[in-house]
Design a protein around this ligand. Structure first.
Ligand SMILES: [Zn+2]
Length: 66
């Protein structure tokens, strides 16, 4: 099992914080809004909003980044 402590932005490699503005791509990956992605975007908001809106994609992460 691979476990991530916090979601990291695949572009800048920095850990995300709940108040960061992020975009969710269609593969359910989170990227900082300011870093951007070529993958089509499904949603965007703060990391906290994405975690609350799509908890099924982040069940391992949610508890860890509170
Ligand atoms: Zn980033």
């Amino acid at each position: 099992m691979s476990e991530k402590v916090v979601p990291r932005c695949p572009v800048c490699k920095q850990p995300m914080r709940l108040n960061h503005r992020v975009i969710m791509d269609i593969l359910n990956g989170l990227i900082h809004e300011e870093c951007g992605t070529d993958i089509p975007i499904k949603d965007k908001g703060t990391a906290e909003e994405m975690l609350n809106k799509y908890p099924m994609h982040f069940s391992n992460l949610k508890k860890r980044i509170k």
